[in-house]
Design a protein around this ligand. Structure first.
Ligand code: FES
Length: 100
């Protein structure tokens, strides 16, 4: 899979963009915003551990949950199901799905 140049290689954001699924990423995937906030529904063990900079940034995210991750920082290692929070769906400019 080609790297989309946004977020960590193999991240949820990278995978989404490579599959034509729009996930907002205002800072370009550099862990400097929270627009790529997603909530993990299944498969959290198939994601990389959150690092301190991701956890610090997530503290600023609206609607933070114990299952929240930043799409640009969470690297996919297997099957994962996430939801884009409803407050973030307003940013979605194309596509109708809210589940990756
Ligand atoms: S795109 Fe900005 S933190 Fe992920």
């Amino acid at each position: 899979m080609p790297y989309s140049d946004h977020g960590k290689r193999g991240s949820l954001l990278d995978v989404a963009l490579n599959n034509d699924i729009h996930l907002e990423h205002a800072c370009g995937g550099s862990c400097a915003c929270t627009t790529c906030h997603v909530i993990v529904v299944e498969g959290d063990k198939n994601l990389s551990e959150a690092e301190d900079d991701e956890l610090d940034r997530l503290d600023m995210a609206a609607g933070l949950t114990l299952r929240s991750r930043l799409g640009c920082q969470a690297v996919v290692k297997g099957d994962v199901k996430v939801e884009i929070p409803s407050w973030n769906r307003n940013y979605i400019s194309e596509g109708g799905g809210s589940t990756l």
